[in-house]
Design a protein around this ligand. Structure first.
Ligand code: AMP
Length: 212
């Protein structure tokens, strides 16, 4: 399965990606997580991306396309992959096509903007492995500590109210139009992501035709 997860920030792409990764036995590629790791390590890409991310803007297409192409060429992607957070512009979707990468399904997680603002303020992320949490709806077993690796849970720098609004605007203006691109290919599936985690997980399984 070569899958794209689409949806506004905080729709649950990271969480559903994590669940699908376990269920399908394929890797999740999160461009946001790759960029945050690059920033932590202060690589050239990290230095370039930092201001864009902190402002809630998109990193330039050529930079992100190069990162994704390199990652998709790694052996674990031969059996399939889940793209979380890519493509985010029509140019990125076209670049994926032009590189000969065929996609089986694009799953759009739909969540209303008002719910996003509320959700992102309670979101946390592991500072080591990037696993997503939410202090209301997806708590770790031990407060502040990642269940997977024992890393410290932190608030993302871009999960602050001003940046959240920018990210939502960017989503509606630049990312949402990709829906039509994939609809025209007949591979778009839509799942509601508004409710509790278990409901969203069931909606995703149904939209993808997987057993719950
Ligand atoms: P995310 O973790 O997916 O919410 O991504 C966090 C931030 O990383 C975004 O707000 C962008 O600044 C940047 N980013 C992630 N993926 C992309 C992409 N495909 N194109 C451009 N910027 C991206």
């Amino acid at each position: 399965m070569r899958l794209i997860l689409m949806g506004p920030p905080g729709a649950g792409k990271g969480t559903q990606g994590e669940l699908l990764e376990k269920k399908l036995g394929i890797s999740t590629i999160s461009t946001g997580l790759m960029l945050r790791t690059a920033i932590k390590e202060q690589t050239e890409v990290g230095k370039l991306a930092e201001q864009y991310i902190n402002d809630g803007k998109l990193v330039p297409d050529d930079v992100i396309v190069a990162i994704v192409k390199e990652r998709l060429s790694q052996p674990d992607c031969e059996k399939g992959f889940i793209l979380d957070g890519f493509p985010r512009t029509t140019a990125q979707a076209e670049a994926l096509d032009a590189a000969g990468v065929t996609i089986d399904k694009v799953l759009l997680l739909e969540v209303d903007d008002s719910k996003i603002v509320e959700r992102l303020s309670s979101r946390r992320e592991c500072s080591k492995c990037g696993t997503p949490y939410n202090i209301i709806s997806k708590k770790p077993e031990k407060e502040g500590i990642c269940d997977n690796c024992g890393g410290e849970l932190i608030c993302r720098k871009d999960d602050v109210p001003e940046t959240i609004q920018n990210r939502l605007n960017v989503y509606h203006e630049q990312t949402e139009p990709i829906k039509e691109f994939y609809q025209a290919k007949g591979i778009l599936a839509v799942a509601q992501g508004e409710e509790e985690l278990a409901d969203t997980t069931a909606n995703v399984a149904k939209a993808l035709g997987l057993g719950v």
